[in-house]
Design a protein around this ligand. Structure first.
Ligand SMILES: Nc1ncnc2c1ncn2[C@@H]1O[C@H](COP(=O)(O)OP(=O)(O)OP(=O)(O)O)[C@@H](O)[C@H]1O
Ligand SMILES: [Mg+2]
Length: 470
């Protein structure tokens, strides 16, 4: 009994919980504390539950500025739309706008202020739009981080709607895409490298009609047919496991219409043009290879001045530095190395075919080579008709023009039929016609100006002397 007493009294003196809880002060404190804890717990629970509910009930789409859909969505958001009902019309007003201005010097008042087009779009912050029956919360945000390549701050647009209305997004994206397609209808987008990215070079320009580029008989048709045939054969390539790529090399003297033709061809095919100038400073092998892996969809790759890479034949300097421009091996790798995109139509242009290396002209790199050369009689006649066809109905002016060019030996032969070593370019003929816009006779009178300003074989020039054009 004593033993029992002593054992029970010893712990009770140490942890006398009953006594502790009997203490009203302590019990009160504990009660309050646990109430607080419960409240905090409940609050946290509520936040988690809300978050979960949000995640379950709402759908979010985030579009970053790097995505091609970004400008489409902004344009779509800025479309005027009528919302019936007091609440809807108040709720969906966009109060915060930003403006993108494009100017063009088209129009009558040349010299005066140019035409400006303002494109209003939702500014940064939150907006609500209504699409069909769905309310959509829009949040446009600029981040404090920037794209390392372009230096532009990251930007996103976030669209949120109820889970039940999630299908609205598909409709919105397709509507926005159609809107963008309509805005660019009849236009050719030209992309150029900006940093390590492709960016549209200025506003999309009006399509150049294929008919406005005058090539020698049959030349245009041969390329157009080949490209169209290639475009219709994708499955053929896929079935055979061949990369779906085709390359063209256009070469010839300056001003023969190489660049113009590619631009017109892109318009004809409803493609854009992704342009890289290989002689451009800062275009390195790595950059070229990287850019080619992420070519804009539906665009022709245009590599201008391909000979620049031949000049840079040297591979790498001793210190491993690959130089400031593209090397020959860099070009070959970009065209059909591992990093080369799976789908691609590439056009290379050069003025110096003699600097070319046979390694380039291999199927898969260049499949077709075409020379766009000096103006032929056929081209001169076609161009005349394009410029003066409406005033020179009987074609007599054209005959006199062609005869004059022949007299001047500009078609390669002189009056006796011997080689004259003299040619002119289609660009020069265009220049002559532009100068004499409404004056066909003036063009004939000034035809002498088409004689190229360069040394000719029969000219005797003392060593070292430079003959400047008149
Ligand atoms: N065959 C042609 N038909 C119509 N216009 C032409 C033709 N060739 C040249 N032109 C005109 O001449 C100008 C220069 O042409 P373009 O830039 O296409 O020449 P290019 O062959 O690319 O020259 P370069 O080798 O110097 O790059 C353009 O304004 C173009 O309209
Ligand atoms: Mg060119």
């Amino acid at each position: 009994m004593r033993v029992g007493m002593s054992t029970s009294s010893a712990p009770s003196s140490l942890f006398n919980l009953d006594a502790l809880f009997d203490n009203p002060l302590f019990a009160g404190g504990i009660g309050l504390a646990s109430l607080g804890a419960a409240a905090a717990f409940a609050r946290k629970g509520a936040i988690v539950a809300l978050g979960a509910a949000r995640r379950r009930l709402l759908v979010n789409v985030e579009i970053s500025k790097q995505d091609p859909a970004y400008p489409w969505i902004l344009a779509w958001l800025s479309q005027p739309r009528e919302n019936p009902g007091f609440l809807a019309s108040r709720l969906t007003r966009i109060h915060n706008l930003s403006v993108t201005t494009t100017t063009s010097s088209r129009g009558a008042n040349l010299g005066g202020p140019s035409n400006a087009h303002f494109f209003l779009q939702p500014g940064y912050g939150r907006h609500i739009v209504k699409f069909g029956g769905a309310y959509i919360a829009v949040n446009r945000e600029k981040h404090s981080t920037a794209n390392m390549n372009t230096g532009e701050p990251h930007e996103i647009v976030q669209l949120t709607t109820l889970w039940a209305h999630r299908h609205a997004f598909e409709a919105i994206f397709s509507e926005a895409h159609q809107l963008a397609a309509k805005a660019n209808e009849g236009r050719t987008i030209v992309y150029a490298a900006r940093g390590m990215d492709w960016a549209s070079l200025g506003e999309p320009r009006k399509k150049r009609p294929l008919g406005s580029v005058v090539l020698d008989e049959g030349v245009k048709e041969s390329i157009v047919t080949d490209v169209k045939d290639f475009l219709s054969r994708q499955q053929w390539y896929v079935d055979r496991g061949i990369p779906y790529r085709r390359g063209y090399l256009l070469f010839g003297p300056p001003g023969s219409g190489k660049s113009s033709f590619i631009q017109a061809l892109a318009g004809e095919l409803d493609f854009g043009v992704a342009m890289v100038n290989l002689s451009e400073m800062g275009m390195t092998d790595d950059k070229l290879a990287y850019l080619l892996t992420k070519l804009p969809k539906r665009s022709l790759l245009l590599l201008e001045d391909a000979d620049a890479a031949f000049v840079n034949r040297r591979q790498r300097d001793a210190d491993g530095y690959s130089g400031a421009s593209v090397t020959f091996s860099g070009l070959l790798n970009a065209l059909d190395g591992l990093a080369a995109g799976e789908e691609r139509i590439a056009f290379l242009t050069t003025n110096h075919i003699d600097r070319l290396d046979p390694a380039l002209i291999r199927p898969g790199r260049v499949d077709m080579m075409l020379r766009l050369g000096e103006a032929t009689k056929y081209q001169a006649a076609q161009m005349w008709d394009r410029f003066y066809g409406d005033v020179d109905k009987d074609g007599s002016g054209r005959e006199r023009f062609l005869q004059r060019l022949d007299e001047l030996g500009l078609f390669g032969t002189d009056r006796e039929g011997k080689p004259s070593n003299r040619h002119t370019s289609t660009a020069a003929i265009q220049g002559l016609f532009l100068f004499n816009k409404n004056d066909a006779q003036g063009a004939i009178d000034m035809a002498e100006g088409l004689i190229p300003r360069k040394f000719e074989a029969e000219d005797t020039v003392p060593d070292g002397a430079i003959k400047t054009p008149p």
